[in-house]
Design a protein around this ligand. Structure first.
Ligand code: SAM
Length: 437
């Protein structure tokens, strides 16, 4: 079995592996790394990833540690390894790859690009951010919570319907992975996935194979409302269920222990989660769950926020001539004061360098938050009153809520089905119990 890059990615990139390219924050692309086919006519280098930050021949992305930063190629990618040809701008200035950050696009078509990318190992989280959307998907904030609530862990056997775009399938595969099963009878952790739409079923089947998840994720083309969750006439013996369906209540009749062929593990407690955008759907699901004997029914909505904590420097309190904190009247005044503070900052850092005999950092602009935090008072030391003059204390500490991480805002309904308690179980319990003798 070729190990799945999601489960056992190894330490370095290799040809044939899926890789996630990070172009900018929250901007990811999934690619399949290809072996270079060698130079043709002195130019071609085989597969090349072309981005707005430059071109990246796959040969530059292979056999490097996951997480590496890779600079854009010079335009003349064919001469790599031989003599490097320099492209020239109109003013005949030679340009080669430079490190100007991922956001710097090439200025002219003929100029070598100056951007870079990061090459990341595939993870369910990154796959969720880069996968081809065939449906609405479940996002990381939701599935991380769902997986712990339904007790998904190595060895767990999960039922999932519908598979949709496979976002939840990848996350749950990693959660239950406990080695590849040797054969059909091996009951290692597995995801039993069901999809009604034929096109999505085929795409999902291809993806499972190309991501080497065969044996971990088993997909069935099925209308689960009508035909339930048995697999080849056998019970998946599931202990965890996730339903992301338009009408989950219609599938619940097949998730009972009181039917002839139950897909549930008869000896273990089963945990379920259903995922529905409307409260009316929740209401119908809850009624059906109660009717079928599920307990501990509750509902949760995940509301994820990303907070960015910063010091605000413009338009907030700055020291006046006497060193007292004061709100500037307008932007001009704020900029003038900032310049002054910047000057003080440089002087302060110069004096630090002199004191530390050159061991401190070079003077930097006040705008460099990294410089400010490096020179901030040691943790646990309360700032003295006159610390308010110091650059890292300038401005008010604020936090802003960043644009929300994508979540498919839905209500999560959870419930628990205890194992069936038989007369035999009762007798055994009474036999063990001192009072029962
Ligand atoms: N959870 C998926 C993910 O994270 O990518 C997205 C699921 S999508 C919102 C819902 C899927 O349920 C659709 O692909 C749809 O075709 C499928 N579906 C709807 N009714 C179904 C049924 N009766 N049986 C099986 N699948 C069904």
């Amino acid at each position: 079995v070729t190990p799945s890059p999601f489960l056992e990615p190894g330490h370095r990139t290799q040809a044939g592996s899926l890789a996630i390219v990070s172009l900018a924050r929250d901007d990811f692309d999934a690619i399949r790394l290809e072996q270079s086919s060698g130079a043709v006519d002195g130019y071609a280098e085989g597969a090349t990833l072309n981005t707005r930050f430059g071109s990246f021949p796959h040969s530059t992305l292979l056999d490097i540690p996951w997480g590496s930063q890779v600079r854009a190629s010079a335009v003349d990618t064919g001469s790599r390894g031989r003599k490097r040809r320099l492209e020239t701008t109109d003013d005949d200035t030679p340009v080669v790859s430079q490190d100007e950050g991922g956001k710097a696009p090439a200025k002219k078509a003929t100029v070598a690009s100056s951007g870079f990318i990061y090459i990341l190992r595939p993870s369910p989280e990154l796959w969720t951010s880069s996968l081809p959307h065939r449906t609405q998907v479940v996002y990381t904030p939701d599935y991380s919570y769902i997986l712990q609530r339904i007790r998904a862990r190595p060895g767990t056997r999960i039922i999932e319907a519908g598979a949709g775009s496979g976002s939840f399938s990848h996350a749950s595969a990693r959660a239950v992975y406990n080695g590849y099963p040797k054969d059909e009878t091996d009951t290692k952790g597995k995801v039993f996935s069901f999809e009604f739409n034929e096109d999505r079923f085929h795409k999902m089947a291809e993806e499972i194979e190309s991501h080497s998840l065969t044996g971990i994720v088993q997909i069935q083309h099925r209308d689960v409302y009508r035909d339930g969750f048995m697999v080849d006439g056998k019970s998946p013996d599931a202990t965890a269920i996730f339903l992301d369906l338009p009408a989950p209540w219609k599938a619940l009749q097949h998730l009972s222990r009181r039917i002839g062929s139950s897909p549930l593990d008869p000896k273990q407690t089963v945990h379920i989660c259903t995922f529905s955008p409307c409260i009316e759907q929740v209401s119908r699901t809850v009624t059906e769950l109660r009717t079928l004997g599920w307990t501990d029914v509750d509902m949760v909505e995940i509301s994820q926020r990303r907070l960015n904590v910063v010091r605000e420097r413009v338009g907030v309190n700055l020291p006046n001539e006497r060193g007292n904190s004061q709100t500037p009247a307008d932007v001009l005044e704020a900029v003038t004061k900032l310049r002054k503070v910047n000057q003080q900052n440089k002087q302060f850092q110069k004096s630090q360098i002199a004191q530390n005999k050159g061991t401190a950092a070079e003077p930097m602009d006040i705008d460099s938050s990294a410089a400010a935090s490096e020179t901030a008072p040691a943790p646990g030391k309360l700032p003295a009153d006159d610390d308010h003059d110091k650059p890292w204390m300038q401005g008010r500490l604020t936090h802003r809520s960043e644009s929300d991480l994508k979540t498919h805002t839905s209500y999560l309904v959870f419930a628990v089905l205890p194992p069936e308690w038989t007369e035999e179980d009762e007798e055994k319990a009474l036999a063990k119990w001192p009072c029962g003798q």
